[in-house]
Design a protein around this ligand. Sequence first.
Ligand SMILES: [Zn+2]
Length: 307
Amino acid sequence: MKQALFDLHCDTAYLCCDKGLGMMENGLHVSLEHAPFSRYTQIFALWVGDEYREEAAWMRFLQLYRYYQTRLKPALNDYRREHPGFHACMAVENAAVLGRRLERIDTLRALGAAYVTLVWNHQNAFASSCYDARDEGLSALGRDALRRMNACGLPVDLSHASEKTFWEICERTTGPVLASHSCARALCGHPRNLTDTQFRALCALGGLVGINLYPGFLSFFGHCALARAVDHIEHFLALGGERHIALGSDMDGERMPSDFCSVGDLGKISGEMRRRGFTKTQIHAIMYRNAQRFFENNAKWVMKDVV
Ligand SMILES: [Zn+2]
C-alpha cells in the first residue's frame, strides 16, 4: 500500500504490558503484521488511569515505560530495520504521573515523550477534566506545570480537558498544543469532543487535532463505519483546518467502528476521502503530513530518536 499513516494516539502499550504481549501477532488493534503502510508513525500513549495518584501514578508510569523500552522497543526497532518509513514514539496520558514533582516534566522530555495529556477522566492535581461536574480549570500547580512544559518544549495535549482547562491553556501557553484524540462536537455532542471555537483556537495556535475513531465520539448513535470519521474531517476542513487535522485513533483504548479489524483498516479512511473528491495533497496531509510537520516544528525528537 502506498498510503502513509501517522497516528497520534493508541493505547496498545498498556495492554501489551498488562497481558505480557509483544508487537507482532498480539491479537490487538495495533499489531505490526497488519500495518501495510509505506510510511507509518505510531505514537503509543502510556496511559495511567485515575486509580493511580501521587507516587503510585509515577510507579505505574515507570512500569509501562520499562515494558515499552525493554519489550516493545526492540520489536519496533526490528520492524523499523525492515521498514525504514516506520517510526514509533511514546507519549504520556495523564499528568497525574508527575505526582506533584514538576522536575519530572524534564524527565519525561528526556525520555522522549511526544506529548503529555494533562488530565484523564477525573480532575487531578493539575487540571479539571471534561467529565468533572465542577470545572475548576487549571490549578496553580497546573499553571506551573504548563510553564515547565513550555520551557522544555514538551507539547501539551488537551484531549480530555474541561472547557476552562482548555481555554486557560490556550491563553497562557507559549509552546505547542494539540488535542491528540478528539472529534467535532458539532457532529456528536459529547463532552470529549471539541467545539468549533475550540478547534479554531487550536488552529490559530498552530496546533493539531487527531480524529478519534471511537464510535461513541463519532456518532450520536454510538455505532458507525470508519467513513463517519470523514464527516468529522470535512467539518474541521470547512473551519479552515486543512493543515491541522490528523488521526488519533484511540486503537486498543476504545471500541472501533464496525468495518475496523486492525490498524491496516485505517487505509479505508483515505479511500473514503478519495471517494468524496479530496485531493491527493489533502489526503496525505490528514493521514500523515500535518502530524509530521507539527512534530518536525515542535518536537523533532519524535521523528528522530524514535526507536
Ligand atoms: Zn484518552
